[in-house]
Ligand binder design. Sequence first.
Ligand SMILES: Cc1cc2nc3c(=O)[nH]c(=O)nc-3n(C[C@H](O)[C@H](O)[C@H](O)COP(=O)(O)O)c2cc1C
Length: 232
Amino acid sequence: MTEIEAIKVRHSVRKYLDKPIGAENIEAIQECMALCNREGGLHFQLVTDEPKAFRNGVDWPKYGKFEGVSNYIAVVAPKGSGGSEVAGYYGEKLVLLLQALGLNSCWVGGTFKKVKEAYSVEQGEELKAVIAVGYGKTQGVQHPQKKTVADVAVNKSSAASFPDWFLNGVEAALLAPTAVNQQRFKFVLHEDGRVEAQAKFSIIGYAHLDLGIAKYHFEVGAGKEIFDRTSL
Ligand SMILES: Cc1cc2nc3c(=O)[nH]c(=O)nc-3n(C[C@H](O)[C@H](O)[C@H](O)COP(=O)(O)O)c2cc1C
């Protein structure tokens, strides 16, 4: 499965089967995670067989209710918005790998309990979110599209219309997971062909984490081999 195929079939899954994710998958996740940590200056950690984070006795409303989660990625990164953006970018690279491995996932920023002994957070770092990992009971459903290409694509170039690669990037970004599906980002095409990704203010938070995720999708959609102009 290519990354663009993974983007098209990935949806958040909150109910998981009681089925181990398997040694081969763990190895593949660890390998990709080590690369993300190296490239991004991150401290992601895979936590396995740890059911407490998602069994906290709190009866969350329908949104945010999880079942059967005992594996997750602790998204630990440098404090601040820059760290959040890089964490989103590389976390989504991992999410697409999980999908390609036949696993399911869900970014979780709020509706879980921090189990501090399960991962380490060094000075200057913080736990931004976790990514639940496992075999889903279902494959999830496509999120409602709150935004259209016209809402998030901004043309500051002199071209009369957007080039295909840019539109492909924006369409992939619109399939990205964002906190409560807020999709509060814009992609601006400048005269010199540079693309600027902007996070719009969000009262809910997670704007920079969401932006990093959307950027990763944009790059995959636009074509990484021809597109290397979004800057992190
Ligand atoms: C940064 C971030 C934080 C999230 N936090 C939660 C959460 O606390 N609880 C939850 O159930 N889902 C959470 N989600 C999942 C979103 O609700 C979901 O991605 C969004 O509704 C879009 O749906 P999709 O992922 O199926 O495309 C989060 C997603 C992101 C990107």
